[in-house]
Ligand binder design. Structure first.
Ligand SMILES: Nc1ncnc2c1ncn2[C@@H]1O[C@H](COP(=O)(O)OP(=O)(O)OP(=O)(O)O)[C@@H](O)[C@H]1O
Length: 354
């Protein structure tokens, strides 16, 4: 198990900084996710850790070893990419053995390790099959075995599941997590899929324009986003403009066009009360009721969509459109055009200036 330290990495392509002074530390055995909008630099960061990209400034350390100038094959990382890059005409076992042949591992040892790697992804009974005769999910398992067989110091994954259908993605997500934990691997995983990140990551970083916007465990980043960018990138949210009426530590009473309610500051609040603030409330973060309480705002139900386990409502309050999700909608019988009361349970004051 190694720690991966990224120290002030900068990488420019022409005048564009794909990485702009990025620093972070990934703990030994941690499953760390990089996500963010397209072009934010996550692949460049992963490729710099792998050794495919040489940074203009900054360092990459594996524990205390500076690997910034070390070529890819000497870093001893296992990699799994979007295109599995397996040889379709070779057997599963040959595909997995390839990295070991390159390292000059003797045949008997090779065979043993290939068997172990295939067993760890539950593909041991497919060793002699040709890659072309496997399903997408099975091919993905072989790609994972191939990354593991070299006993990597860290596992680097770039959108490894994006070629799979939804059901297989779910299955492979937990499979990748299981394998990483079983082997105690430090892993860095790039994805577009925020659900994948929330459900699998120990910690994650949301990137934007070559910088880290926020780092934290999934629940922290989801429930306490620091900025509009993070709040909107990880899941859906309602953003309301407001003014701070009063404040006691992190708790504040904010007045918005939709009404007054309490919200909690996240990170360092840069704005002053006069400038106003932005508040984020997740659609599932409302308590909907027929009668108002102290902290609730009156809102008229405009539309509702029944989705089985929950309903997706749209309310208006003081000219603001508000999205709300309600679990077990069949227990509630909401009526379009009627007034209800919405209480924000998890409102967060963001750091951005409106
Ligand atoms: N080899 C390259 N030459 C020139 N520009 C590049 C190169 N690689 C990346 N870039 C640019 O650097 C920026 C970051 O790219 P990167 O691939 O790291 O983003 P990303 O977050 O992984 O995006 P995506 O989610 O679309 O894969 C982008 O603006 C991209 O166009």
């Amino acid at each position: 198990m190694i720690a991966i330290s990224i120290e002030s990495l900068t990488k420019r392509f022409g005048s564009h900084a794909a990485l702009d002074d990025v620093s972070l530390r990934i703990e030994p055995g941690e499953l760390f996710f990089l996500l963010g909008p397209s072009g934010c630099g996550k692949t460049t960061l992963l490729r710099t850790i792998a050794g495919f990209v040489t940074p203009d400034a900054g360092r990459v350390l594996f524990d205390r070893e500076d690997v910034t100038k070390l070529p890819v094959h000497k870093r001893r990382t296992g990699m799994m990419f979007q295109s599995y890059a397996l040889w379709p005409h070779l057997s599963v076992a040959r595909n997995v053995a390839f990295g070991l042949e390159e390292q000059g591992v003797p045949a008997a040892e090779r065979e043993k390790r290939v068997r172990e790697a295939l067993a760890s992804v539950r593909m041991d009974s497919y060793a002699e099959r040709k890659i072309g005769q496997l399903s997408g999910g099975q091919q993905q398992r072989v790609a994972l075995a191939r990354a593991l067989v070299v006993r990597p110091r860290a596992l680097l994954l770039d959108e490894p599941l994006s070629n799979l259908d939804a059901k297989l993605r779910l299955e492979m997500r937990s499979e990748i997590r299981r394998v990483c934990k079983e082997f105690g691997l430090t892993a860095v995983y790039v994805t577009h899929d925020q659900k994948e990140a929330l459900s699998v990551a120990d910690r994650l970083a949301v990137m934007s324009e070559g910088r880290i916007a926020q780092i934290g465990c999934p629940e922290e980043v989801y429930r306490r986003p620091h900025s509009r960018l993070v709040a909107e990138f990880i899941g859906e949210t309602n953003i309301l403009r407001g003014k701070v009426v009063s404040r006691a530590g992190e708790e504040m009473l904010v007045a918005t066009a939709a009404g007054k309610f309490s919200a909690r500051a996240t990170g360092v609040l840069r704005t002053t009360a006069e400038e106003g603030v932005l508040v984020s409330i997740r659609p599932e973060g409302w308590r909907i009721s027929d009668t108002g309480g102290e902290n609730s705002i009156p809102a008229v139900l405009r539309s509702t969509m029944y989705l089985g386990e929950f309903a997706q409502h749209e309310f208006t309050a003081g000219g603001e459109a508000l999205k709300a999700l309600e679990l077990n909608p069949h227990l509630a019988h909401r009526v379009i055009g009627r007034q209800y009361f919405l209480e924000p349970l998890d409102a967060v004051v963001l750091n951005d200036t409106p």
